[in-house]
Design a protein around this ligand. Sequence first.
Ligand code: ACO
Length: 343
Amino acid sequence: MRHVKSNSFAARITGTGSAFPKNRVTNDDIVKKLQASGIETSDRWIRERTGIRERRIADIENPAEHNSSLGLAAAKKALDMAGKTEKDIDQILYATCTPDTLVPSTACWLQHKIGASQAWAMDINAACSGLIYAVATAKQFIQTGQVKTSLVIGADLLSPFTNWQDRGSCILFGDAAGALVIEREAADSKHQILSCHMLSNGNLWELFYIPAGGSSMEVTPGRYSKNLHKMRMYGKEIFKVAVRTLVDFAQQALAENKIDIRELDWFVPHQANLRIIEAVADRLKFPMEKVLINVDKYGNTSSATIPSVLDEAVRDGRIKNGQTILLDAFGAGLTYGAILLRW
Ligand code: ACO
């Protein structure tokens, strides 16, 4: 989608929040779990190939750790930062590929839990690019004047869909939620989302997918025993596409805004693998000191990586008013997208 400059208003992020399950799972915990099934891995392999040291895994028997409950905790923090209450929310956009239930949407579960009675709510599934697609959607509604305050959530629980017999994928993922409050701003404001750039390539669906559990394939006992309700991933191929597209989308966003990469204060890539991030920074000739990272602590939390790492940097004071920030993601689908903004 090409960016079209227009309209009466701008959109600005005014609040951030994040939430994580309690259970911290280290690489050594995974080593032990896999060893019990006769599968070899090591803390060293995981750290060297991915940069991940630990991740959080939700207890889905505990309602407080359902996707929408983590979304709720993150949303409350973001609303608090923005100085808003649930009554101010006009729209809830919930980026997730791991909904609480297929119906109703996780956005409606969150609306129910938070009591946002004035809002309309829907899910957006673009996997790990979900947050980018949801922010872009919020921006459109805000800039045309239809929405004043949007609550955007990026939250995923990939652990229930993880195949613990597959050492190539089970080491990568964690569960988390991130939230952003996005508000209407004067069109000429210095603080605004400048542009959004998205593209999908459904031809590459096979690189990451979950065969069963949707309407095209019921989970039967036979399919269950074959783990068809768990993720299938071709990591090496995704790695190559990810590096290429993250670079392409970063360059596209900068070029359209006529911003030199040296003017960028922070680069916020999707946190899938530290080696992917380092390869992208290297190709962009951008210093790693100005790249936000939390993959070491949380693994790949899908649509939650970008809002959660942003939240951390806003709260510890690294992100300051007026800074130029580039968000950049890729995900299953495949989906790609970048957003350039002035904080
Ligand atoms: N422990 C030890 N050895 C392992 C492990 C493990 N956990 N996993 C794989 N290996 C082995 C392989 O079997 C292979 O052995 P071989 O050479 O004897 O065949 C060797 O390590 C190298 O395997 P590769 O797959 O080539 O390893 P690579 O360096 O590519 O790292 C990884 C694999 C970490 C999966 C990487 O490719 C990656 O991060 N890809 C991106 C994945 C991704 O981003 N997924 C997100 C999908 S998007 C979404 O929307 C959710």
